[in-house]
Design a protein around this ligand. Structure first.
Ligand code: ADP
Length: 428
């Protein structure tokens, strides 16, 4: 019955695709006896699998083998199994379909590989070129800048990629560099300009003492003038250096616990006599004490500069009012005067080094006092704000954080990093 079924199955699949043979394997290493077989005309050279039959007979599991037959291009997959004591069934199947499938797969794979290689090359080249174009643009701009064209910038294409970030960072760096170079240029120009007049006076005075052959008193007067001019020059140079040091973050604050009210009180005492001479009333609205961590000497110079300006830029009899108000974790010190005032345009520039408003040129000064005050206050993590109305007066407000020593150091670092360069903030 089963023989008929197997024969029918085999014939259904095609005699060239499958075959079966039924064996009665002989023990004692002799050839097995073929009991029956399907049409083997398509399977030449199958032969008698004597060794396998011997093994299968004693094995628990079927044995699999792959055979290459001499006159077939495809291989045959064969399974041998004991189906009853002394009966081994051999079923073979052509691997032609599998081989065709693998060949087709390989073909598809090779075609895809070729397509990817052909397309990948140009796409990769295009992408690399695009990326390089951006880098080349940065390199070209950097070269132009190195050759002196400080106003050159890289075009930002706004595509949100790494090249845009590179271009923006590069432009910010050049902006900063340009601001520093302009600041330095202005500073040296101004310094040279401001050095010329006193040096001229010193030279004229020395020349006069040489040629006039005057009295001892005249010589002493000339020496005194020379000393005075030299002191003024030295003060200007030292102040410019102090500002540069504070703005670059190189100045180390000497932080101690100080009473700000006492510090302001000392400054008021010093300026009281000058104020009385000028018929200026100074009024102060201060709490009893207010302690902060700060650099005493530098904060003294801030208060002195602002007070000095308040008195100096007074057109006639007037009033200077000092207030110290604490607001949570910060303190606000305001110095208000009823002086000549500052226009909105000029307010935006008064913190620049050497800047002096036109109307105040008749007064003694070098235009460095406010730059120094702002640099010192920023080193403490604070700021100075100016409010002014021409002809009515000005209020300079110093805002300082009431912080621990550690946080002042941190803020001071951040503030100098952010605010380096000649700048001020005006809220006119
Ligand atoms: P200086 O007083 O030596 O000129 P500053 O840096 O202190 O330099 O001030 C810069 C300029 O700002 C001054 O020359 C003056 O024109 C203006 N200024 C400063 N403070 C006042 C003030 N309280 N009232 C009017 N103008 C002022």
């Amino acid at each position: 019955m089963w023989k008929a079924e197997i024969t029918a199955d085999t014939e259904g699949a095609g005699a060239s695709q499958t075959f079966f043979r039924l064996w009665a394997p002989h023990r004692m290493n002799t050839n097995g006896r073929e009991l029956m077989a399907t049409d083997l005309s398509s399977w030449p050279g199958l032969g008698n699998p004597r060794e396998i039959l011997t093994k299968v007979d004693s094995a628990d599991e079927p044995i699999l083998a792959t055979l290459a037959l001499p006159r077939r291009v495809d291989k045959a997959r064969i399974v041998y199994g004991t189906i009853a004591p002394g009966l081994v069934l051999e079923i073979g199947e052509s691997l032609e379909e599998d081989e065709e499938f693998i060949a087709a797969l390989l073909r598809e794979f090779l075609i895809t590989l070729a397509a990817v290689t052909m397309l990948g090359g140009p796409i990769g080249w295009f992408m690399a070129r695009r990326a390089l174009r951006g880098v080349q643009e940065v390199t070209r701009t950097a070269t132009e800048i190195a050759n002196g064209a400080l106003d050159r910038r890289v075009d930002v294409r706004s595509q949100g990629d790494e090249l845009d970030t590179l271009a923006r960072t590069f432009n910010t760096m050049v902006d900063r560099m340009q601001a520093l170079v302009i600041g330095m240029r202005e500073m040296t120009d101004n310094l040279a300009h401001d050095l010329r007049s006193p040096l001229g006076r010193i030279r004229a005075s020395a020349e006069l003492s040489l040629t006039s052959g005057g009295s001892k008193a005249e010589a002493e007067a000339m020496a005194a003038t020379t000393t005075e001019e030299c002191d003024r020059l030295l003060e200007m140079i030292n102040t410019a250096l102090d500002i540069a040091e504070a703005e670059s973050g190189a100045a180390k604050l000497k932080l101690t616990d100080i009473d700000l009210v006492e510090l302001v009180g000392d400054a008021l005492e010093l300026f009281q006599a000058i104020a009385e001479d000028q018929q200026i009333t100074i009024t102060a609205d201060l709490p009893d004490h207010f302690r902060i961590h700060g650099d005493r000497q530098r904060l003294q110079r801030v208060v002195a500069n602002l007070l000095d300006n308040g008195l100096k830029y007074m057109s006639a009899v007037g009033r200077v009012t000092i207030k110290l108000v604490t607001e949570g974790e910060r303190v606000t010190l305001s110095i208000e005067d009823t002086g000549i005032g500052i226009s909105a345009d000029e307010s935006a520039r008064i913190f620049e080094r050497f800047y002096r408003c036109d109307r105040s040129r008749s007064k003694l000064g070098n235009g460095l006092g406010l730059s120094l005050a702002l640099a010192f206050v920023r080193a403490h993590g604070g700021d100075i704000i100016v409010n002014s109305t021409p002809g009515q007066g000005s209020t300079f407000t110093v805002v300082l954080p009431r912080l621990s020593i550690g946080s002042i150091n941190r803020l001071s670092d951040e503030s100098t990093r952010e605010n380096r360069g000649p700048s001020g903030r005006a809220a006119a």
